[in-house]
Design a protein around this ligand. Sequence first.
Ligand code: SAM
Ligand code: SF4
Length: 489
Amino acid sequence: MNVHDSEKVIGTLLHEGYRQVGTVEEADLILYNTCSIRDKAEQKVFYRLADYKKLQAQGKTFGVLGCVAQQEGEKIFDRAPHVSLVCGSASYRKLPEMLAQLEAGQVEKKKIEAARSETGERETAKLVRITGLDDRQTDECFETEFTARTNPYRGYITIIEGCDKFCSYCVVPYTRGKERSRTAESVLAEARQMADLGYSEIQLLGQNVNSYKDPAGKKSFAELLAAVGEVPAIRRVRFTTSHPRDFGRDIVEAIDTVPTLCDHVHLPVQSGSTRVLDAMQRLYSREQYLERIAWIKAAKRDISITSDMIVGFPGETEADFEETLSLLDEVGYDSVFTFKYSPRPNTPSLSLEDAIPDAEKARRLEMIMGRQREIQIDRYKKYVGATVEVMVEGVNAGRGQWIGRTSQNKTLNFVAGGGAAESTATSKPRSKATDKSALSGGAEGSVRPTQATSTETDQSVCPAQLVVGSYCSVRVTASFPNSLVGEMI
Ligand code: SAM
Ligand code: SF4
């Protein structure tokens, strides 16, 4: 979500006349988007800010955006006095206005200092400070038509912001504001705009994407998902993250009915123990979670299931942890993101007793990762011999392989009949690419868009035409725990 927030902020500021530069050294204004989901991420922010301090003498202006900005607020000015702006994600729509205020304040500061120097005073005027900390007040989403997407083939659309679930360990409800959805109409307009620009894959985003509620009352989440999948020229639709409590059968039915919806559901469980789930305030039991898994497994399509898990939540006993391990076996996930519990400010679990020592958290993390690796080895092996469609995402020149992604969100590295892939591969031509030519970053791999029609994305291609952003069929010939290998057919 942070990546897409940055794309929206960058696009909005480019539209306001700002220019994006490639390095910190070239910039006059440095905006740093931050994450505070775990303590480590937050610590990194302050190290980086301390690092920036040496650039202050060059007259640069610093702003902190995102969750650390919202969580720490004006305290950031104490810890990093060279920072002039802090702005949480719920205030991004006001950012151009805040930057204009900042600039005006800085002009004023320079005038004061010039007047002082004429009278022989050396004292510098106070640094201008601007804050945007809407917290849980705002009902508005940050909608912009100027999103600066960095990948020209697959892009994100945020459909719901914030969170009202208040899991006992999580900072998100405090840093990203209350849950608020965009209208289905505006989401569909953005999807159509993306299709016109040549995008063929869309990923719908939300902290809990499936808690979506159309403010106009026209579409449920599953209906919106299906409608995005039916936008002409859109070939793949993904969605993340789904909260188990709001996960309905209608989502599985939509996946079964609409071919463009990808065969993948990310359904974070956090723990396999109902006792821990209660302490986490997750609002479901192990059995209810498994019921949703059963719906997904009963689908006509082979839907890949992935999850997030936290180990070492306060009071998690060995027996609780065993339940998490057994859940891995019972579900048979295709991938799991595992985290050591990290105590976060303002959250209810901060006051819970029975903290688990870090070494024990590390042991549990290792055990989960080891067990999951074995499960993945078995699961990935099953695809050997199968033929699957991939979207070409790039080239691994060292290995002479193309990098593809399957509908199930698996990486599939492959060779094409025409010979080994080379890093000089040109990208698929596409329409209106000049809309993005001002941006740094560009497509994944080593390619940049040129120009042409979006209808070309509707065809699979032969080796000579193989380009990033195109689709082709690949036969799987080997498997690893985290990826597949194959040959284009
Ligand atoms: N809304 C999603 C859900 O409820 O499943 C998750 C969004 S959260 C930004 C991403 C993941 O970060 C969570 O699924 C959880 O595993 C992890 N996480 C959140 N707070 C954490 C904490 N205090 N310590 C460790 N992991 C945490
Ligand atoms: Fe955090 Fe829970 Fe909200 Fe997910 S549902 S963002 S884990 S509070």
